[in-house]
Design a protein around this ligand. Structure first.
Ligand code: HEC
Ligand code: HEC
Length: 190
């Protein structure tokens, strides 16, 4: 086939499945684009669950059309790839007071009662199994997810745990939490 006749086709045959993700998530999973999640260092089991949820329509949004094209083996491959990437500190565009967020993260709060985020997401926010890593995530993405859980726009959390928690947090608390989580010092031994 001549070069000319191939010009209108995108040949993806030699591509690893994670190469299709880089345009939005960055090739090392450390995107700097607001609204997009960072995948670097995310837990393998959480990546698998989310991609399965997008594929089945349990979680809605632009990612559905991407996930629908992934086979089970490709989901395994991208989960392996991104969970093995090292996270970096995200750009901080709007500095916020993170003291309230830090307190809620480690101790939770009363009225309405919220358990410490660290109890599930880990003392360093690195996640465990299907509970996601939050450390070094972009603040804009964390804000959007907590708002989506609050309104029920996102409802793929098992037994509604994050919907309940997000409904119990004020906008000020959510902002402070997002700033705190983004800035957790990077642990290279992820
Ligand atoms: C066109 C842009 C785009 C492409 C390409 C793309 N994504 Fe996404 N992805 C998004 C957006 C936007 C979200 C956030 C959706 C939301 O706000 O709920 C997302 C969310 C995700 C999530 C959920 C992360 C979390 O923390 O919950 C995973 C996992 C994911 N994408 C994996 C992938 C993989 C793997 C690929 C490549 C096979 C890929 N994405 C390609 C835009 C994209
Ligand atoms: C009882 C355990 C538990 C507690 C406590 C908890 N979470 Fe979660 N969180 C989860 C689980 C499980 C998920 C994944 C839901 C899913 O499957 O989509 C999650 C998801 C999230 C997400 C979405 C992340 C992403 O990448 O899309 C954010 C943000 C979040 N939690 C923030 C918090 C904050 C902030 C607190 C404390 C105020 C908190 N969580 C407390 C279990 C918990």
């Amino acid at each position: 086939m001549s070069i000319e006749s191939r010009a209108d086709t995108i040949d993806m045959s030699g591509q690893a499945p994670y190469e299709r993700c880089g345009i939005c998530h960055e090739y090392d999973g450390n995107t700097r684009m607001d609204g997009f999640p960072r995948l670097a260092g995310q837990t393998r089991a959480y990546l698998q669950k989310q991609l399965g949820d997008f594929r089945s329509g349990k979680r809605r949004g632009n990612m559905q059309s991407v996930a629908e094209l992934l086979s089970d083996a490709e989901i395994e491959a991208v989960a392996d790839y991104f969970s093995a990437q090292g996270p970096t500190l995200p750009p901080i565009r709007q500095p916020v007071d993170t003291r309230l967020g830090e307190q809620i993260f480690f101790q939770g709060k009363q009225q309405p009662r919220v358990p410490a985020c660290a109890a599930c997401h880990g003392e360093r926010g690195k996640g465990l199994s299907e509970t996601p890593r939050l450390a070094n995530q972009l603040p804009s993405y964390l804000l959007k997810q907590l708002q989506d859980f609050k309104t029920g726009q996102r409802d793929n959390d098992v037994v509604g745990v994050m919907r309940y928690i997000a409904r119990s947090l004020s906008e000020v608390e959510i902002n402070s939490l997002a700033g705190f989580l983004a800035g957790i010092p990077v642990d290279t031994k992820h």
